[in-house]
Design a protein around this ligand. Sequence first.
Ligand SMILES: N[C@@H](CCC(=O)N[C@@H](CS)C(=O)NCC(=O)O)C(=O)O
Length: 212
Amino acid sequence: MELIGYWRSSAAYRVRIALNLKGIDHQKLFCDLRAGEQHSEGYKLLNPQGLVPTLINAEGVRLTQSLAIIEWLEEVYPNPRLLPSNTVERALARAAAMEIACDIHPLNNLRVLNYLRGTLAQPEAAVQAWIGHWISTGLESLEARFAGTSGEFFFDASPGVLEICLVPQLYSARRFGIDVTKYARLLRAERAAAELPAFQLAAPEVQPDARV
Ligand SMILES: N[C@@H](CCC(=O)N[C@@H](CS)C(=O)NCC(=O)O)C(=O)O
């Protein structure tokens, strides 16, 4: 299997964590988003959306969209589970993961920010306000949803799809200079995840293409 990603991509970061948690051997390939490689003809043949990640499975099938990739991994490699065994909890875990992957992350994606800065000629202060607003709005509602829940992780004794989405989103929030200290419940889960090699080895700074 081959994972095409970029060290700072939070969508690729999610898939790196999932592959590590499941212990799936894979090769890492890179698409340099800052250099615009996602727009190259070659990459668009693999992923016409021009986004990372792309996972090429053992049969050569190109899989895109991090949540779809994680669901596919879950179906093909069911252990360890990344979704709760109870169906209602599965829906709740998916919903919270989607709050991050569908409602927070896309609003602050590179192409959206480039559009604000370039085509819409928004000043940097407005772009920063946009980023801060959407990330904080999303994290606040997640914090409210889980505040008061016990344990370290959200649904199980081990991390699943929500932690897989949360850890990269918190990383990205800090990178944008957002104060995340008020999200105590979210930070508790993040701290627990940070103890696990699957998360440590997926961290942006330790990727071979990292430019720190
Ligand atoms: N919904 C997609 C989002 C993928 C995505 O937006 N990837 C970003 C990096 S996190 C990207 O490739 N951005 C390139 C660009 O905006 O030009 C997923 O979850 O895989």
